[in-house]
Design a protein around this ligand. Structure first.
Ligand SMILES: [Zn+2]
Length: 295
């Protein structure tokens, strides 16, 4: 029986303000667990929105009315407008997601900085950056975060060390096959990785010939081969213009025998975990390199 866990990355003001509650309410109605990972500091995504989603996807959305759904204001945050602080402004919405019964965790403090700079950061800078997210998470939720998943699948030996220092239960920074105990640059780390196993919607929609209507079939085909999977969604996409994809997909997946579980459940049933190396690799439909579970 295939099993599927959902991880929801929340990157921007728009996604936090308008995307997370519709997603949480849909998942709750359908009794689907999900892990919500929040960006907790300033939304400076105006600087990097073109890098978050892959270029083919953006070309496609700019040709359609999705561009207006996406929100011009996001493109201005941190560029022409001051960067709004997401934890301070939307802490109540984040808590509502938790109170609806969902697990929550840290995506980042400053998405722009992590996605574009973490690979060049010193241990001290990485520690400071994650500490700011952890402190804001603690302030918003009144308890320490137990899980994290980095922007853009960007992790380093420093960031994995910092996760270990925070004693997280698990992290999801990688693309891969199944939960594992990571090594990177010859070092072993304690915090297990629960990798994303499926492509993201923006990666798929950037490919020629792929349409939104064809997405549920694509994922059902991938899941039909069985095993455990983790799908990463974005509050900015599946919570807004592409909420219809999930509304269509979830009941069809259930009907096809897919069991929805939490990332934590996948981790529990994968014990004992194999030790796997993380490498940086290119992935179809995404710029730059990302952290991948080595084959
Ligand atoms: Zn993100």
């Amino acid at each position: 029986m295939p099993r599927l866990a959902l991880k929801i990355d929340v990157d921007t003001e728009r996604g936090t303000r308008d995307g997370i509650l519709p997603l949480a309410e849909l998942c709750r109605r359908e009794s689907v667990p999900a892990l919500f990972l929040f960006s907790l500091g300033p939304d400076r995504m105006g600087r990097s929105i073109l890098r978050v989603f892959q270029p083919g996807f953006l070309k496609k959305v700019l040709r359609t009315r999705v561009a207006s759904n996406y929100g011009l204001s996001t493109l201005l945050n941190g560029t022409l407008k001051p960067a709004p602080h997401l934890g301070r402004r939307f802490g109540d919405l984040m808590r509502r997601v938790r109170d609806l019964g969902f697990e929550t965790g840290i995506h980042c403090y400053d998405h722009y900085r992590w996605q574009n700079r973490v690979r060049a950061m010193s241990l001290e800078d990485t520690r400071r950056e994650f500490q700011m997210a952890a402190a804001e998470y603690q302030r918003v939720f009144g308890e320490p975060a137990r899980a994290a998943g980095a922007p853009g699948w960007q992790c380093t030996p420093h960031s994995l060390q910092v996760y270990d220092e925070h004693g997280l239960d698990f992290a999801s920074d990688t693309r891969g096959r199944a939960p594992f105990q990571p090594t990177l640059a010859g070092r072993a780390f304690r915090t297990p990785q629960v990798p994303t196993t499926l492509p993201t919607l923006d990666e798929l929609l950037g490919l020629p010939g792929v349409t939104p209507a064809g997405l549920p079939d694509y994922f059902l085909r991938r899941l039909a081969t069985g095993g455990d999977h983790l799908m990463t969604l974005h509050a900015e996409l599946e919570g807004l213009a592409y909420l219809g994809f999930l509304r269509d997909f979830i009941p069809r997946a259930r009907q096809a025998g897919v069991e929805f579980r939490s990332p934590r459940d996948l981790l529990k049933s994968a014990q004992p975990l194999p030790v796997c190396e993380i490498e940086y690799a290119e992935l179809e439909g995404r710029g730059g390199t990302l952290a991948v579970q080595k084959k």
